[in-house]
Every structure is written in C-alpha cells, then in structure tokens.
Design a protein around this ligand. Structure first.
Ligand code: 5AD
Ligand code: SF4
Length: 437
C-alpha cells in the first residue's frame, strides 16, 4: 500500500510531515509519487492565512469525490488547521469521507489511528489541548532529503503577536533537552548529512523555559563542536535577537551567516499594535551590526502589509526599512484576519484593494533589492554545497548564505562542496562556473 502526504505551510510543518511519514512507513506503507497511486492520502495543513485553509477545503472536496469511485482510499486531514476546534468539527460533519482528523500534537498517535481505520473503517478524530504538549523523542522520521535535515529545538510560541494564530494552535513554548538535540545532530552527521537547520517559531527563546541559564547561544556553541558542516536556524525574533548572539554566530565555524529576521512592519506604531516589542531603530541597529561583523551575511525577512490601522505613512516606514536593509529575500503577505486573535477584533481593517496595491509596491521594491543583492555577487567566488540538477540540466547548489547558484558540472558532485564564480544573475537566479577542483 502506498501513501502520499501534501504539506502546507512552514518548515516546521514540512518536518512534522517527515515524522508522519516515518510512522506511516512503520505500518508497511511506501511513498507514492502522486495522489493517484496512493491508498492513504494525508493533508498536513496550515492555518496562518485564510488562503491556506481555503485551499485545503477545496482539496478535501475534490478527494471526497474521487473516493466515491475508490472507496478503499483513506483520507487523513490534520495539523494546525484542525487544531482549531470549530474547523475540526466542520470537517468532521461536512466531509464524511475523511477518515482521520488529527491535531498538531497528535502526530505520535497517527499509526494507532491508522490501525483503527484499517480495522473498522470508522472516522477517528484525536485532537489534544495545544497546551498539553509532550515532546516525543525517538520518533521514526522519513527524511525527504539526504543532505539537508531539519531538527526541532523548541515547540510552540509565547509571543502572541496580535495577528497570529500560531500560539493558539501550537501552544506554549517548550524547549527540547539539549542532549537530545546534540545526539540527533551527531547521528545525522554520521549518516552523511551536510547541513542542519534548527527549527522553532522563535529559536531565540530556546532554553528560557529551563530557567537554568540555557540559551540559544549556548546551544549553537555546543552544536558547533560536532564537526564540519553547515548549521542554520529559523526563525528569529528581532526583540530577542541581540548583539551577543551575532557575535556568537560570527565566532563559530559552522553557523552560516544567514539570518532570517522577520520585520513584519517598519512602523513603530504598527509594530506596537502587533505586540512585537521592538522599534524600527532597534531593528536597523541589528541589521547594521550583522553586516558590520559579517559583511558576507545574507538577511531575509517576513513582512505583512495592511495590518489594521496601517496608514500610507506607516507603510512608507516599511518600504524605508526594505530600502535600507537590502534583503536578499523577503516573504511578503497581505494581512489575513484570523478569528480568535486580537487583531481580528480591531475595527480599523484595511480595505482589500489598498492591501493589494501596497503589496505590489512592496514586491516591486523587494525585486529591485534582490536584483541589487545578486549583482553584488557577480565576479565573486562562493563555496557551494551541490544539491543536484537544477534549471536547464545545470547543477545547482547553495552558498553558505543560502543563495542558489546554477552551474555546469558533473552530477557526481552532488553532496560535495565546490567553488563557483558567479558569471551572471537576474532577480531570481544566479549562474556561475566551477573553479579549481
Ligand atoms: N496574516 C498575514 N500574514 C501572517 N503571518 C502570520 N500571521 C499572519 C496573518 N494573520 C506571516 C508573518 C509570519 C509568517 C510566517 O506569516 O509574517 O512571520
Ligand atoms: Fe506568530 Fe509572532 Fe509567534 Fe511568529 S513569533 S509564531 S508571528 S506569534
């Protein structure tokens, strides 16, 4: 029997789906390449914006139709979307053909739920309280990649940014014991993984819940001792990201000079309304210091346009930061109302057409900045980790700053570190030639 998992949302979700894959394979299933050849279809969902949820509902409808012709098919829907009680109830009632409904914290029970469905065909639903999360160690993980691996370091979020649903579905922050993290990274490196990305909604609060002085800098220092590899992390919070951490990153040999620092807005008034706890000045001081001590650093960000009450002048502050920092990459979103959050109740919602218009202006500016950042790389040589075939049968690899460069070379170079000189670029891609050996 074969299974197919479709994942929406962030890296955390992608990694959760790898755990689901591990549990499903324990039951004797193998991975399918498409929906059509799978008996078990899992929709691992995201609820960060309304659009993501709409897409999932559409997909459940389409799969339910297919199931009338293929009644043996098993449909599972779970993750952040179904962690919201009313959404789970809606799916349960509206889509009788869905067999399994699981919450964000019920991944560990997925194999048991599958057994129940295989045995008696009844709909099963397991959704625990988001705040009663237990960290399950030593879960089977079916990794999607053989070079790059995700490692969870902290679950949940305590920040309650006023627009964000995450703290409600992922619960309070809970750090993973340092020894488990170190052991997992050791095993991955011994298996030949070359790059580790540490995951958390806010990695900068790692260890705070232990109340024994453990913090993110300490974790990075510990992990830096484990060999020669590339170590990345996401996401950071500008309120908790400090100069000391920047120095730590600079002092390590393995931590890549790639920082994802979500801005959300450049306006002090909006940042405050968002409950983010920093100012434009503090944010710019951080990015300035990052470039000062690590001139080769790349910085990326998340930005929301059209948060309730955002005026043209607030938006200009956001554009100003984008112009000033020169992000290599920005993930830009139009504000989406999430029921249950504080911002959803604000009575000064920005009209859709204004959000769209601002979004396009921001996109245009960011594209200009991405092009400028790529142009700066022209003629320079970078160490690439070769990932495999990319565009137009060229090889593709990433710099330590996580920039993708396409170049011509032998596929046997996959998994190797090579030196590539950048020869061409556009807004979205870089091209180069292999140099030396
Ligand atoms: N509307 C739009 N974007 C949002 N994000 C989080 N909540 C919302 C929302 N309600 C964005 C933030 C966050 C990223 C993962 O998603 O920019 O950093
Ligand atoms: Fe959401 Fe803010 Fe937590 Fe990120 S830090 S998950 S934006 S509440």
């Amino acid at each position: 029997m074969k299974y197919f998992i479709e994942v929406w949302g962030c890296a955390m979700n992608e990694h959760d789906a790898e755990t689901l894959g591990g549990l499903i394979e324990k039951k004797g299933f193998t991975k399918a390449d498409s929906y059509s050849e799978a008996q078990l279809i899992v929709l691992h969902t995201c609820c960060i914006r309304a659009k993501a949820e709409d897409k999932v509902i559409g997909r459940i409808g389409a799969l339910s139709k297919i199931k009338t012709k293929r009644p043996e098919m098993i449909i599972a829907v779970g993750g952040c979307m179904t962690q919201q009680e009313e959404v789970a109830k809606y799916i349960e009632k509206r889509f009788k053909k869905v067999d399994i409904i699981y919450g964000t914290h019920n991944l560990n029970e997925f194999d048991k739920m599958l057994t129940t469905v295989l045995e008696d065909k009844n709909q099963v639903k397991n959704i625990s309280n988001a705040d009663e999360m237990i960290i399950w160690e030593n879960m089977p993980i079916k990794r999607n990649d053989e070079l790059k691996a995700y490692v969870n370091i902290i679950y949940g979020c305590n920040n309650f940014c006023s627009y964000c649903i995450v703290p409600y579905v992922r619960g309070r922050e809970k750090s993973r014991e340092i020894s488990f993290i170190v052991d997992e990274v050791k095993v991955l490196l011994s298996k030949g993984f070359k790059e580790i990305t540490l995951l958390g909604q806010n990695v900068n609060s790692y260890g705070h819940d232990f109340k024994d002085g453990t913090n993110f800098s300490l974790l990075l220092k510990e992990l830096d001792k484990l060999g020669d590899y590339r170590l990345r992390f996401m996401s950071s919070h500008p309120r908790d990201f400090d100069f000391e951490l920047i120095d730590t990153i600079n002092d390590t040999k393995n931590v890549c000079h790639q920082i994802h620092l979500p801005l959300q807005s450049g306006s002090d008034r909006i940042i405050k309304e968002m409950n983010r706890g920093y100012t434009k000045k503090h944010y710019l001081a951080l990015t300035e210091y990052i470039y000062k001590v690590m001139p080769d650093a790349t910085i990326s960000t998340d930005i929301i346009v059209g948060f309730p009450g955002e005026t043209e002048s607030d938006f200009q502050d956001t554009l100003d930061v984008v112009e000033n920092v020169g992000y290599d990459q920005a993930y830009m979103f139009m504000y989406s109302i999430r029921e249950g959050t504080r911002a959803a109740k604000m009575d000064n919602q920005v009209p859709e057409d204004i959000k769209k218009e601002r979004f396009h202006r921001l996109l245009k500016l960011q594209n200009k900045k991405s092009l400028e950042r790529n142009k700066e790389m022209l003629g320079k040589t970078y160490e690439l980790l070769v990932e495999g075939l990319g565009e137009k049968a060229r090889l593709t690899g990433r710099t330590r700053g996580n920039k993708v460069i396409n170049f011509t070379g032998d596929i046997n170079l996959k998994g190797k570190l090579v030196k590539v000189k950048v020869t061409d670029y556009n807004t979205w891609s870089l091209y180069g030639e292999l140099i030396g050996d």
